[in-house]
Write a protein that binds this ligand. Structure first.
Ligand code: ATP
Ligand code: ZN
Length: 305
């Protein structure tokens, strides 16, 4: 495949603001595209909807976005063709190069597993040390089995890896799975997990040595964590008799403390507070038991802790 990185250097080098923009690579078309665009918009970046473009410039942040094959992103990051990338951890692991993982992003969850035919005799990866392994993750597979002291024959195929065992091409596969349904459909069963993966924000190791770039990267990270924190919490407003306050505060201590505002009705207060999504329904039940009424719940958009 031709190295197009020099061409990208040229198109991405200029910016409407004149500042040297950060360059961020993301998947052009695939599973990560839509959630990545949603995240970039949620953190306030404005740019032309990507359509058929290969790159775009943000209007309100010194950032250029390059749309590429996800497989190419780790190489761009390792060489410094781009400063940042949003890509599955599985591909960074496969690249094996020095690339900084700055933040997990909470989407694109999957696992890289070793799987064999359901009725095959294998129960553990140690039994596959000189087997034939079909995979589209040859480096990951080789490294994994090397750690176990083995050097199986690695057969690299780029698609439909799951059919290799039933074709008699391989004894096992190393492949990504999210729900396990493709494995099941092909009579395969996972015997071990090599890597737990999700989409991450990753950086070229040198990117944070440049003070201007570092400042922009830190701004992006702060915004991402505000969007992620907002997803973990709900905002609650409720009315309660004043004497229920101690019991209510025990249930929802708030980020620092709940806001308590007197109502026009004597003896009544309004309580405003944030509650973690995980404990949400349990908290609501306990609040009602404590005497809270008219409980109003809303989602948060951003939360800066
Ligand atoms: P491209 O055309 O960009 O090379 P692709 O077909 O290789 O795309 P996708 O299938 O869109 O890639 O997957 C992109 C990423 O989504 C994977 O690298 C992985 O991190 C993640 N992912 C999440 N669930 C799955 C899954 N069930 N199978 C494969 N990848 C998954
Ligand atoms: Zn790919």
């Amino acid at each position: 495949m031709p190295d197009t990185s020099a061409g990208f250097e040229q198109v991405l080098g200029s910016s409407p603001t004149g500042q040297t923009p950060l360059k961020l690579a993301m998947q052009r078309s695939g599973r990560l595209t839509e959630p990545t665009l949603a995240l970039l918009h949620a953190i306030g970046l404005e740019f032309e909807s990507y359509g058929q473009r290969l790159f775009s410039h943000c209007r309100n942040f010194p950032l250029s976005i390059l749309y590429g094959r996800d497989d190419d992103i780790p190489g761009y990051l390792a060489r410094g063709t781009v400063d940042l990338g949003i890509v599955g951890r599985n591909l960074l692991y496969e690249e094996g190069a020095e690339i900084d993982e700055l933040a997990p992003l909470g989407f694109g969850y999957c696992e890289l597993v070793v799987a064999t035919m359901r009725d095959a005799p294998y129960t553990a990866p140690a039994e596959l040390l000189d087997a034939r392994i079909a995979t589209s993750y040859p480096q990951s597979a080789r490294r994994y089995f090397a750690q176990l002291g083995g050097a199986p024959e690695i057969i690299t195929i780029s698609g439909s890896v799951e059919v290799a065992p039933s074709l008699g091409l391989a004894d096992a596969i190393v492949e990504l799975t999210a729900t396990g349904s493709t494995l099941l459909l092909n009579d395969l069963r996972p015997i071990t997990t090599i890597l737990e993966s999700e989409a991450v924000l990753a950086a070229h190791p040198g990117a944070r040595n440049d003070p201007a770039k570092r400042a922009s990267i830190d701004r992006l990270l702060m915004r991402i964590s505000a969007v992620q924190a907002a997803k973990r919490y709900k905002y609650l407003m409720m009315n309660a008799p004043e004497d229920a306050l101690p019991a209510i505060r025990a249930v929802v201590p708030g980020l620092k403390a709940p806001t308590i505002v007197p109502l026009a009705d004597p003896g009544w207060v309004a309580v405003h507070t944030a509650v973690e999504e995980d404990a949400f329904w349990e908290s609501i039940e306990r609040l009602r038991a404590a005497g809270a009424t008219e409980i109003l719940v809303s989602s948060l958009e951003k939360l800066l802790l």
